[in-house]
Design a binder for this molecule. Structure first.
Ligand code: HAM
Length: 483
């Protein structure tokens, strides 16, 4: 008898089974198991379904899709223009990839990781960001042999079990640019330029660039010691979280949002004053390149970023307006030690990610443009069985020719179809009735003047195209390269 069945047998009333044969016990167990399963099934059926997306996760509804499409168009175009190739990595990675790269003591790993064991017993986690996965793929696929820098672009959902609020979700969408194999700060400047270009191309013209250098592991060690002894002398003024951070991640005390910690941080020693010669020159050169590019930046000595892999340059892109400055639109930095740390050959690297939701909130706030889906200018109406069949083919021909058409094939009466056409505000309706279907013609009804003309089906596409052109209506093409 299996372990589960033994448990069930124990639960059964002993009086009944005292004199029972082994066969009878097995039978009783089976009956009990069936009843249990039935009860569980009934219970499951009655459990109400919560008709709500999980906390911190959102549906992206049709009316918001034009903003998403615009974001995708702009970010993909700039990736192409600046020489990035697309890479897609899994949503799930082995957990220790994140522990090792982002760091055990970071909020992202310690508090916010969606980690779980698979049925096979693997310890995995939903990616809380993309850099670790992309670096893993870079090593796994031997991309170190490619011409440097290897520039990789990816987009997708990431997960952090954070406290949700506006612009902070548990499932959110990152747009991520990474470049491997170049340590010259000219690349740092170019990455900052790309990030700024993306944000401004989305209509968010006023941006603020914050930069800092947190040094390399050598100079950071000395700086950390200095910082810790300063913070320890003020530890009674720090919040509970920062008291703990003092041991695990003292740099993070500098960007704590609590007022009392901000006051302590204001007089703390600054990393830029304690850089080794190499890091100092690197940072100085970066600033000169930014000046050359006319990119207005602010050096923020308290910008440390929340992930352990960073070295030297760190930066964030914020909205330029006070009201939009609740949280960063994007951020990134150098991570010269990560590839080696994960087992690859020593490879300098730099990257950044933008949060799509935050970009879209800001696009709407500054009313960059009201993005709307493409609206069809033509409606196709049909009347009668034969016409109905033919209209399906006609619709497909119009679509193949790049003409956006609306229809309501399910409706039988012409009146109700014309009502839909009016509601959609189309400029012309093509009417295919029984007679037209037999004659090989179509009626074109001008919805503004009400005029009608009958044309041959063979000439319809060319005629419609000409009419749309005359009306200055853009024929829809599935190519969005004109940005
Ligand atoms: P991060 O600063 O953690 O950096 O995230 C980048 C961007 O993702 C943020 O600036 C923000 O726009 C968005 N974001 C972060 N958390 C949330 C959230 N809870 N809800 C909505 N949006 C959010 C990274 O993830 C690094 N991997 C960036 C990087 C790439 N560094 C080097 N390469």
């Amino acid at each position: 008898m299996g372990k589960d069945n033994k448990k069930i047998a124990k639960k059964l009333k002993p009086a009944k089974l005292v004199k029972a044969t082994k066969k009878e016990v097995v039978k009783a167990v089976k009956t009990e198991r069936k009843t249990k399963n039935r009860k569980e099934a009934v219970k499951k059926e009655l459990e109400p379904i919560v008709l709500q997306a999980p906390r911190g996760m959102k549906d992206i509804l049709p009316e918001d899709q034009p903003y998403w499409e615009q974001t995708r168009r702009v970010t993909e175009k700039l990736a192409r223009d600046y020489g990035f190739s697309r890479i897609d990595t899994p949503l799930v990675e082995f957990s220790n990839l994140f522990n090792r790269s982002i760091g055990d003591g970071t909020d992202v790993v310690e508090k916010e990781l969606y980690s779980f064991a698979t049925k096979g017993g693997d310890k995995v986690a939903l990616r809380p960001e993309m850099t670790a996965g992309v670096a893993r793929a870079y090593i796994q696929h031997g991309m170190n042999v490619l011409g440097k820098p290897v520039k990789l672009f990816s987009t997708g959902h990431v997960y952090r079990h954070d406290r949700p609020q506006e612009g902070r979700q548990r499932e959110f969408y990152q747009i991520n640019y990474e470049a491997f194999g170049e340590q010259d700060p000219i690349l740092d400047a170019q990455m900052i330029q790309v990030a700024t270009r993306v944000v401004q191309s989305l209509g968010i013209k006023a941006v603020q660039i914050q930069v800092n250098s947190i040094g390399c592991p050598v100079c950071r060690k000395d700086y950390k010691d200095l910082l810790v002894s300063y913070l320890e002398s003020k530890s009674n003024k720090l919040c509970v979280d920062c008291k703990r951070r003092l041991d695990v991640n003292p740099l993070r005390v500098l960007d704590c949002k609590e007022d009392k910690c901000s006051q302590v941080a204001a007089s703390a020693p600054q990393s830029v004053d304690h850089l080794c010669e190499e890091c100092r020159v690197h940072f100085k050169n970066l600033l000169e390149y930014l000046d050359e590019l006319d990119l207005p930046y602010t050096i923020n000595p308290r910008l440390v970023r929340g992930l352990d892999y960073y070295t030297k340059t760190v930066f964030e892109i914020w909205s330029g307006s006070e009201e939009g400055r609740k949280s960063a639109l994007g951020g990134g930095g150098r991570y010269d030690g990560l590839v080696k740390l994960l087992g690859g050959e020593a490879t300098p690297a730099i990257g950044f990610a933008l949060g799509a939701e935050r970009l879209i909130i800001e696009m709407k706030r500054v009313q960059a443009k009201s993005y709307k889906g493409l609206k069809p200018k033509i409606f196709l109406a049909q009347l009668g069985e034969m016409a109905k069949k033919k209209s399906l083919r006609l619709f497909s021909e119009l679509e193949k020719n790049g003409i956006l058409v609306a229809e309501s094939f399910g409706r039988g009466s012409l009146k109700s179809q014309l009502r839909v056409a009016n509601r959609l505000g189309v400029e012309m309706t093509l009417i295919l009735g029984q007679k037209e279907a037999l004659d090989g013609t179509v009626i074109i009804k001008n919805m503004i003047s009400g005029e009608q003309e009958t044309v041959s089906s063979a000439k319809l596409i060319d005629l419609v195209k000409r009419k749309l052109k005359n009306d200055n209506v853009v024929v829809y093409h599935d190519n969005h390269d004109n940005h």
